[in-house]
Every structure is written in structure tokens, then in C-alpha cells.
Write a protein of this length. Structure first.
Length: 524
């Protein structure tokens, strides 16, 4: 499964979870608590007002009204505590809307005309609390249902026209409350979702030591948090911008490098400022900037970029859309937050790569150390075995190096070792490997090279070393020591790595016994 499918599925999963759950339980309790308290207060105020207008001799009527208030308050308390634990909040929201609609609707029978407005206060408060924890459906059902019951109750009464206007006005006000709460809830949920994404990104990205994994996490963050047609992460590479992650209209692009001079990205990098361009149909008021087209042949109408700079990384993070005014300042804040974490994470991977590379190299000569060379040689022999190719191994030792060190000093000796490694690198391919076996002894692995080719490499190294010029502190020329070499070929001479090393080492010492400054191989 490619990264595009993975991130799309993750985004769909997040959206479905948000639809099912809405706010978190603790957020729901905090949100509805004020409206619950207000509902209890208005309910008791309404009941008190009803009792004031009720004839004193009607005791049964008074008991029913008081019982109504107590049960209503208990239900609101039940509503407050049970809702947070409900596994199916959407179903509970509908149940609550039906119950409140019936309760408030029945209450209209008891409310005198003088305090008719109190019922609409209950409707508004109930609609507000319902809208806070559900979608529009239950809230509209509650408002329209109770309003319909209230109007039907008043059809039998001769009320003036201005009272009907008042009823309609309160109903419209309740609908406006529902819409306002829904919009605020939408903004709040989007903000919570973005914070969750930032939190998840931060949690995973700080512990990531692989650069590829960092870009995979960033790609998922883009897919989940931002509604963009295209986005990319560009890293400065001298005068160019290397796009490590580039997505455009459903397609990922790889290995894209472009000259950054005159680009919007270069302006962001150069000025280390955020750049928000909501409508690119308007003239750009930026010096030395021109729009260039990469990816799909579509015109970008909205663009937003933020700098991404760390100790060892310099770049830009940008999103764009084919629609004008597709982004707002909250998107800019989110993109900036992602960029800051991305810079820290890429610095972390850079430091890890340095540490990992240092663990592979000899500190003086900068070739592979003994342990890593063996690991590398095992990998190369496995590859050559799979491809049915030979591999030649050269064991190299500097003749009488201890005496050379004692005579001219260790600094000159170190210079000889580093110069030898520089010469070896010039005569081998990038797919070859060189390692320090120990002291003045080195090993060279030549994949897909037979014995004759290995001897040519060895002769060139020996000839170049003989031409090396070394001078002492007093600028006196110092003669360069000679070298002895032994060569073994996999699998012709040995079909196991350790046997191959042992055979090349034995041939090296044969060369030394025969007088040094020579190459010993299977041909001799």
C-alpha cells in the first residue's frame, strides 16, 4: 500500500471518529453545564410564575406543577451525567430532544399568557444545550416540535396578532441560536482536531530517527489537517530547492529539483517570513518573484508558505489550492506549527545520521572501521552471490611502518595513512568499499571484479603511492614506504567471507616473505 492510500484511509478514519464522537466527554460536560444550570433556573422561575398566577384553592394543580419542576430538574441532572458515559451519543441526543420536546410542549398547557415568553426561554436554552452536543437534526426537531405544540395550543385562544409575531420571532431566534452554536461547534471541533494532529505529530516525530519516516508523518499531517490541492516540502541545496515531498492533485512526485531564484519559496527562505497569498489573480507586490508551474498543469490561485529552518536544515513548507481564498490565518498557524516540528525532527535525523556514520568510520582515515567493513563485505558477497558475480578482496599492509613511525614520528605516519586512503578512493568505484583492518593494514572489497581487474586496481594504488611526496616540518623530502598486498576472489578461491579474508591475509604475508613491495594473488 502506498503512502497516498495510507494517509487517505487515516484521514477517513479520523473523520468517521469525529462524526461518531463529536467532542470528548469532558468537553461535552464543560460545554453543557452552563445551559443545564440555566435550564434548571428558568424551569423553576417558570414554575414559580405559574404558581403565582394559579388560584390558591387549586392544590392538586399546584402539586402537579411542583412535581413537574422537580422531575424536570432531576432529568436535567441525569442528562448532564449520563450523557458523558453514553456509548452512542447521537442516539442519546435524539432521545433527549424527544423528551425535552414533549416536556416543554406539555408545559405550554399550564403556562398563562402573561408569562408565555418563559416557555421560549426554555426552548432557546434547551436548543442551545442540544446543539452543543449533537448535529442540527435533534436541535431543529426540539425547536420546531415544541414551537408547533405551542402554536397549536394557542389556536384555541383568541390572541392578538402581535403575539403571533412574537411567537414566530422567538422561533426564529431559537433557530439562529442553533445555527450559531453549530458554527461555533464546527470551528471548535476543527481546532481540536488540528491540535490533536499536532499533538500526534509531535509525539511520533520527536522519536523518529529516519528521514523517510519523518516525511511520511508530515505527509499524513498534511492529508489530515489541511484541505489543500497541493503541498510540498523543499530543502535548500545550494542554489536549488530539492522537493523531498511533493503532492499535487492526487499524485506524488519524486526527484524534483528546481532553481529557487525568483520563486515564492525563495522569498520565504530568504526573508525567513511567512507568506500568505489568498488570491494569486491579484498582482504580486514582491521583489524578484515570478510564478512558475510545477506538477499538474493547473493554475494555482491560493498559496501559503512558511520557513523551515533548524541547525542543519533550511527549507520551506508550502500548500496551495486551485481555488482563491482557500486558506485562512488558522491554516497559516497550523502550517507554521508543523514546520517548526519538522525542522526539529529533520535536525534530529541529521544528528542521528552523523552519529551512525561516525560509528562506521575510522576516526583518522575516514574509511570503514574493522567491524563495519566485515558487515559491508557480507552484504556485498550476498549480492554478488545472488547476481552470480565475483568479488575480489585486497589485503594491504605498509612495509616496515613501525620503523617508519619511529624514525619520522607519528604525525608523518598519520599523514601516510590518510594519504594512502585518499589514493585508494581515487582508484575504486562508489560501489566498492575500503576499511582499516588494524594499524597500517587495510582491506579493499571490489564487487563484480575478477582477479585481473583487482590486480590492476592494486598496481595503480601501489604506483600512485610511490609518487606521493611527503615532507618533514623542516621541508625535507621523506621517502614513502612500500606496500605489500594479497588478493583473494569470491567464490573462486573461497565461498565464505571469513575464509576469503583469511586467504587474502595469508597471501599478503606471502608477499612480505618474498621481499615486500609486491602483490600476491592466485595467479602466481
Amino acid at each position: 500500500m502506498n503512502i497516498f492510500k495510507q494517509t487517505r484511509q487515516h484521514k477517513k478514519k479520523m473523520q468517521n471518529r469525529n462524526k461518531r464522537q463529536g467532542f470528548k466527554p469532558q468537553e461535552n460536560m464543560i460545554s453543557i453545564l452552563p445551559s443545564i444550570l440555566a435550564g434548571i433556573f428558568v424551569l423553576f422561575a417558570t414554575i414559580t410564575s405559574i404558581l403565582i398566577y394559579t388560584p390558591p384553592q387549586n392544590n392538586l394543580y399546584r402539586i402537579i406543577i411542583i412535581l413537574y419542576a422537580v422531575l424536570g430538574s432531576l432529568y436535567l441532572a441525569f442528562y448532564y451525567f449520563v450523557f458523558s458515559a453514553s456509548p452512542n451519543k447521537q442516539r442519546f441526543s435524539w432521545f433527549n430532544a424527544i423528551v425535552l420536546g414533549v416536556v416543554i410542549g406539555v408545559l405550554t398547557i399550564f403556562i398563562p399568557e402573561e408569562i408565555d415568553y418563559m416557555m421560549y426561554l426554555l426552548i432557546i436554552i434547551s436548543a442551545m444545550s442540544t446543539s452543543l452536543i449533537s448535529t442540527r437534526g435533534p436541535a431543529y426537531f426540539l425547536v420546531l416540535g415544541t414551537s408547533a405544540i405551542h402554536i397549536l395550543t394557542h389556536l384555541s385562544r383568541a390572541i392578538p396578532n402581535h403575539q403571533w409575531i412574537l411567537h414566530i420571532g422567538f422561533t426564529i431566534a431559537s433557530i439562529m441560536v442553533v445555527e450559531s452554536v453549530q458554527q461555533l461547534r464546527k470551528v471548535g471541533m476543527e481546532q481540536i482536531n488540528r491540535l490533536e494532529i499536532i499533538n500526534e505529530l509531535s509525539k511520533h516525530i520527536v522519536s523518529t530517527i529516519e528521514t523517510k519516516q519523518v516525511f511520511s508523518l508530515l505527509n499524513a499531517a498534511f492529508q489530515n489537517a489541511l484541505e489543500a490541492d497541493a503541498y510540498y516540502i523543499g530543502i535548500v541545496d545550494e542554489d536549488d530547492l530539492r522537493l523531498e515531498l511533493f503532492y499535487d492533485d492526487g499524485e506524488f512526485y519524486e526527484n524534483i529539483k528546481l532553481n529557487r531564484k525568483g520563486t515564492l519559496s525563495n522569498w520565504v527562505i530568504k526573508n525567513q517570513k511567512e507568506l500568505f497569498l489568498p488570491d494569486l489573480r491579484q498582482d504580486l507586490k514582491l521583489d524578484d518573484v515570478e510564478l512558475i508551474l510545477i506538477g499538474k498543469k493547473k493554475t494555482t490561485l491560493s498559496w501559503m508558505g512558511v520557513p523551515m529552518r533548524g541547525s542543519h536544515v533550511d527549507g520551506v513548507m508550502a500548500i496551495s489550492s486551485y481555488r482563491p481564498n482557500a486558506f485562512d490565518r488558522s491554516d497559516m498557524e497550523l502550517l507554521s506549527a508543523i514546520a517548526q516540528r519538522a525542522a526539529l525532527a529533520l535536525d534530529n535525523t541529521y544528528h542521528h545520521a552523523i552519529v551512525e556514520q561516525e560509528s562506521k568510520l575510522d576516526s583518522l582515515t575516514r574509511v570503514y572501521n574493522h567491524g563495519y567493513f566485515i558487515k559491508k563485505l557480507n552484504e556485498q558477497t550476498e549480492t554478488c552471490h545472488a547476481l552470480n558475480q565475483p568479488l575480489s578482496l585486497i589485503m594491504l599492509d605498509i612495509d616496515h611502518f613501525k620503523q617508519y613511525n619511529d624514525t619520522f614520528g607519528h604525525l608523518i605516519g598519520d599523514e601516510i595513512l590518510t594519504s594512502l586512503c585518499d589514493i585508494i578512493r581515487k582508484h575504486i568505484k562508489q560501489t566498492d568499499a575500503v576499511g582499516r583492518w588494524g594499524g597500517e593494514e587495510f582491506t579493499i572489497a571490489l564487487p563484480n571484479s575478477n582477479l585481473a581487474q583487482a590486480r590492476q586496481v592494486a598496481e595503480r594504488i601501489r604506483a600512485s603511492m610511490a609518487l606521493l611526496k611527503v615532507r618533514s616540518d623542516s621541508q625535507i623530502a621523506i621517502s614513502v614506504p612500500t606496500m605489500s598486498m594479497g588478493i583473494a576472489v569470491y567464490p573462486e578461491d573461497a565461498d565464505q567471507v571469513m575464509k576469503l579474508i583469511d586467504l587474502a591475509d595469508k597471501r599478503l604475508y606471502v608477499a612480505k616473505e618474498r621481499g615486500r613491495d609486491q602483490i600476491e594473488s592466485a595467479l602466481q
